[in-house]
Design a binder for this molecule. Sequence first.
Ligand code: AMP
Ligand code: MG
Length: 581
Amino acid sequence: MTPAPTLPLLGFAAWSGTGKTTLLEQLIPLLVARGLRLGVLKHAHHDFDIDQPGKDSHRLRKAGANQMMVASRRRHARIIETELAEADFRELLASFDQTSLDLLLVEGFKHEHFPKIELHRAAIGKPLLFPDDRDIIAVASDQSADTTLPRLDINDLDAIADFVCDYLAGCQTREQGAGNGFLSVEAARDTILAALTPSSGCTLTPLAQCHGAVLATDLVSPINVPPHANSAMDGVGLRSDDLAAGRWQLVGEVLAGQQHHEPVLAGQAVQIMTGAPVPPGVDTVVMREETVMADGWVTIQAPIKAGQNVRQAGEDLAKGAVAIAAGTRLGAPQLGLAASLGQATLPVRTPLKVALFSTGDEVQAPGETLAPGHIFDSNRFTLMAQIRGAGCEVMDLGIIPDDQAVLRQRLAEAAASADLVLSSGGVSVGNADYIKGVLAELGHIDFWRIQMRPGRPLAFGKLGDTPFFGLPGNPVAAMICFLQFVEPAIARLQGRSWQPLRLSALASERMKSRPGRTEFLRGVFHQDGNGELRVRTTGPQGSGILSSMSDANCLIEIVPSQPGIAIGERVWIHPLQGRLA
Ligand code: AMP
Ligand code: MG
């Protein structure tokens, strides 16, 4: 599960000399006593050094280590040299382990925007900061202040601790309130998978029609492959207990497909071709290039190792072993393997029927004359290809107009005859109410706002017993939701696991994101001269820009804890080859 979107932050702003650190030193134990797990981020003078001359870590760093990690059983610290550019505030925040903290206290970073308490003492002789600093949410002073902000006594640490706890409680309530229907990508996927059970239909299908189907039961090998020990070379076969002879009489020739039943005795050898079964007694083959044959005798020019160049019976697959596991999608190698075991048919899962329709009065089928303000229906064609690519049959229900009665009837029909129903459009906040009513009558559907971009609105549930996805209308969002949610759901219904390839690449350009949200950018990756994968985006990333998808060979995933990606930083990519073909 992903970490909480972002940890609540609370800063302390003051003129120097106010005693920020001293106050924090006294406040922290009070907060810890109330059960809070705290992180602290403090800005310091640019020449600060936590290390000390003479310490091993200091010596190694001064010797040229750019990053130095010193670790013991009780604690560890990493010192990173940022000679050229100061670390970005959000990167520093993201480097905290968000899952093991409740609150981050920040000292300094006065130019960054986040909620702060102002600390003020009259004796310093400076004006209050809050009138000019809109991030200040409360003032703790030993003097009266003319403000509507909450006021605290800077010397009453218990009151300040109370305020911090109330602030944190407020953050958590807001998060839950906003979180009504808000889900991380992983949480949404887990919820979907938990709601689905594999379908049980199975069809015995001729091998030539099995491409892309899912094997329903383990294919157990009925034979040894290869069936007999055979020669891996064109050459001469002899006995490994007779290698000292030095010269052997040739007593026959075995071609592929033939068998030589006569045992080969000491002092004898046979000529043998690649794939031909070795005769009784023969267990070693010498390649022809290393032999000299004359007058029915052979001598050998190279050292011989007992057992060389012979493939053992069952070496590829032993009789009784599982050749292909249930749940495997059958591609070229699996079809060849099944054929090599003599299988003319295979038990495969009956392909799922997926009903698909587009919604929206503005959506028209390609080929029609486009009315003003209308758009062509692209989603049905991208999704149709994605459904087929996942090994399913498509029931194309066309475009359903924004009409409740028609929608109700078509949805009910689809749910009755399909294994899965997909729609696109009509689930974002603007139109959710209209489609929501019909879906609620026919089943139970949840409307989610996934913490991802693109593809935030997603409806998922069941119409009767039939799973239903309401995908967003924006063309890129619909495709990405399919890749992230429908693809794994189909795999589950097909009884197989879903493990798409995810690789780490170096960013060739800066990429923006928002902490707490998964960002899927469309990317192009390649391998550079040093063997490193590098990735750039396809350019403008609007969720309606289908060409961004068409130009991409991968999705770039910026995870919620990454505040953005700098040039040269590592980022996840999901290659699309084979997934959108
Ligand atoms: P909606 O989710 O219905 O609010 O639609 C969001 C955006 O996607 C709107 O700009 C729609 O016009 C567009 N859209 C909806 N359905 C389709 C479709 N089938 N093909 C292309 N664009 C669509
Ligand atoms: Mg719409």
